[in-house]
Design a protein around this ligand. Structure first.
Ligand code: S3P
Length: 180
């Protein structure tokens, strides 16, 4: 099976869904940020701080190239991955891209809790974060909307919601033998 790339804004649930899908199907799961962190022995926050965002985007691009050659894998991208270089074209040429869509309210609630490890938003107040989500989503949507498919990611905040979303995703995007 060609790779499935989950894309979408920070907090849209890419890692949560990818991990749950992998557990349910036996497919491999790769979180691109974690992959980078393992390879470079540094967390994303430190890479941003010591090398800068431009260098992070180059690293992200080369790691994306690497994982996009893998088979039978679900890849949770970073929120910015589709928005740099030809990353979106690369993913579309290698596998199935699925954009996770979550409402502004859901993104805000999730990111308020998960802000610290995300360098782009770590220092923001709640109001700044809310504003940033609106603005950045608008800027990023032209890239995200190149995805081959979309999936509603509003329901990933409890075990039962995740299980239902996994079932829905399998019905929509995985054949019965991939889903076995
Ligand atoms: C980023 C999103 C992060 C991570 C980095 C930059 C972005 O990934 O790659 O902090 O530009 O939106 P998540 O979407 O998994 O938080």
């Amino acid at each position: 099976m060609k790779p499935i790339f989950l894309i979408g804004f920070m907090g849209s649930g890419k890692s949560t869904l990818a991990e749950a899908l992998a557990a349910a199907t036996g497919l491999e799961y790769i979180d691109l940020d974690t992959y980078i962190e393992c390879r470079f022995h540094a967390n994303i926050r430190d890479i941003f701080a010591s090398e800068g965002e431009a260098r992070f985007r180059e690293i992200e691009r080369s790691m994306l190239r690497e994982v996009s050659t893998f088979e039978n894998v679900i890849i949770a991208c970073g929120g910015g991955t589709p928005c740099f270089f030809d990353n979106m074209d690369l993913m579309n040429s290698r596998g199935l891209t699925v954009m996770l869509n979550a409402s502004h309210g859901r993104l805000l609630e999730r990111l308020k809790l998960g802000r610290a490890r995300r360098p782009l938003i770590a220092a923001m107040t709640d109001d700044e974060l809310s504003h940033y989500i609106s603005e950045a989503l608008d800027q990023r949507m032209p890239h995200y909307s190149k995805a081959a498919a979309t999936f509603n990611a509003d329901w990933l905040d409890s075990r039962s919601q995740i299980d239902k979303s996994v079932d829905q995703f399998r019905r929509q995007f995985l054949s019965s033998e991939q889903s076995a």
